[in-house]
Design a protein around this ligand. Sequence first.
Ligand SMILES: Nc1ncnc2c1ncn2[C@@H]1O[C@H](COP(=O)(O)OP(=O)(O)OP(=O)(O)O)[C@@H](O)[C@H]1O
Length: 281
Amino acid sequence: MSAAITVRGLEKSYAEHRAVGGIDLDVARGEVFALLGPNGAGKTTTVEILEGYRSRDAGEVSVLGADPADNALAWRRRIGIVLQSSDDFADLTVEETVRHFAHYFPAPRDVDEVIEATGLAEKRTARTRALSGGQRRRLDVALGIIGDPELLFLDEPTTGFDPEARRQFWTLIESLASAGTTILLTTHYLDEAEHLAERVAVIASGRIVEVATPTTLGGRDRAPARVTWLDPQNGPQRLDSHSPTKTVQELAGRFGGEVPGLTVTRPTLEDTYLQMIGQPA
Ligand SMILES: Nc1ncnc2c1ncn2[C@@H]1O[C@H](COP(=O)(O)OP(=O)(O)OP(=O)(O)O)[C@@H](O)[C@H]1O
């Protein structure tokens, strides 16, 4: 498995504040990898160092085999970045903006296909200043993928998307991933990380807490199931059980059949994540 991103001992401080305090990361080529962490954890700082936009104080960093600090043009053309929105192209239409960006790359994707894939076909001739927040974010994504990058950085890409747009975006990311694009994603949506990422890293206070698959993070796969039911005499009941099938059988025996209001759940990725970063679910 060759590496798209290798990070060892990455450190970055702003004046006295240590934003990144010694991070190690390995992202394989073709992998979809998510960085999770609370506000101010150091995700954007880390990602912007990998993108060549911020300097680092210490550590080794390799992105597609090069040091991002060198910021070579040929290297930059191999990566895609979904930037936070800017107003620079307010007077251009969606199509003009995408076409303009396509010129920066030696082998861009087809402009019409990208507009279609990002759900902007109906807004093709709209000025970018007239787009809604979610449509503007889709345009940011379109500009990030127009160069047909080997590695795509997505920093909170679906903020402001409605649920349907988020699903469409996930489909787009899945198709890029299945075509072999490596994707580094930061998100505050745990369902998004669970849906898209093969592995996730939880960052808190500038350090990695854990790197795991979404199903095994924080021992989630080994956590007990929660069985809840409604007791006609004593109201809502709950029991955490490592053998929920047995628990349900016993309850069925007790109630002589249907257990009123029965639910059996496992901790969600969000439950596990909140516990890891020290916040009660
Ligand atoms: N240019 C800067 N100057 C000074 N401090 C900064 C600068 N950029 C970030 N910081 C600080 O570094 C810490 C990490 O910020 P960063 O933006 O990397 O966090 P984040 O994990 O991306 O947060 P969010 O989820 O809110 O986007 C924060 O405490 C932030 O205030």
